[in-house]
Design a binder for this molecule. Structure first.
Ligand code: ZN
Length: 181
């Protein structure tokens, strides 16, 4: 009994180790793009928006759209960076099918944005920091790997995670110091 449990645990550890390595191996090609998304996130704070930035890369890795969170700026509850970047990318291509494209975003997408990425048929979602509260790409929910969906993008997590997370943490700390909302 104990041996069975121990073997099971060992398998789990191997899986975690492989999975972590896989994430690391995938992370490096997207660091440059994530740095651009971070720049978009920083711009979002000008309008008092939470610093989240997103890009869409085409099949060859060229940036075809970028956006920052604009919820406060536009008073639009759906104006998350990912949705705006996906819309802009569809405009550029003249096609809402974003097959072969990669969505890069500084924070793990919420259910709305993860759903939008699935519906846009992106090939891959790459995010920086985990979003323990609203994340829908593995932390709280896991839409891209929901087997009931007929399109399941690959998910790469943790690219420049610390920088991405610090943006949001610093912004929130600032608001608290100022006694704002
Ligand atoms: Zn969202």
């Amino acid at each position: 009994m104990f041996r069975r449990w121990r073997n099971c645990l060992a398998r789990e550890f191997i899986w975690i180790a492989l999975y972590s390595r896989r994430v690391d191996d995938h992370a490096s090609p997207y660091r440059e793009a994530m740095a651009l998304a971070i720049a978009e996130a920083e711009l979002a704070t000008i309008s008092g928006d939470l610093p989240i930035g997103a890009l869409v890369l085409d099949e060859s890795g060229v940036v075809i759209a970028k956006a920052g969170n604009r919820r406060e700026a536009t008073q639009d509850p759906t104006a998350h960076a990912e949705v705006l970047a996906l819309r802009a990318a569809a405009q550029v291509r003249g096609d809402w099918h974003l097959d072969g494209c990669t969505l890069i975003v500084t924070l793990e997408p919420c259910p709305m944005c993860a759903g939008a990425a699935v519906l846009a048929r992106v090939e891959r979602i790459v995010f920086g920091a985990w979003n323990e509260e609203y994340g829908a790409c593995g932390s709280h929910w896991d839409l891209p790997r929901d087997r009931r969906l007929n399109h399941r993008p690959e998910v790469v997590s943790g690219v420049l995670a610390e920088e991405c997370g610090n943006l949001v943490r610093d912004f929130m700390a600032n608001i608290r110091t100022q006694g704002g909302k």
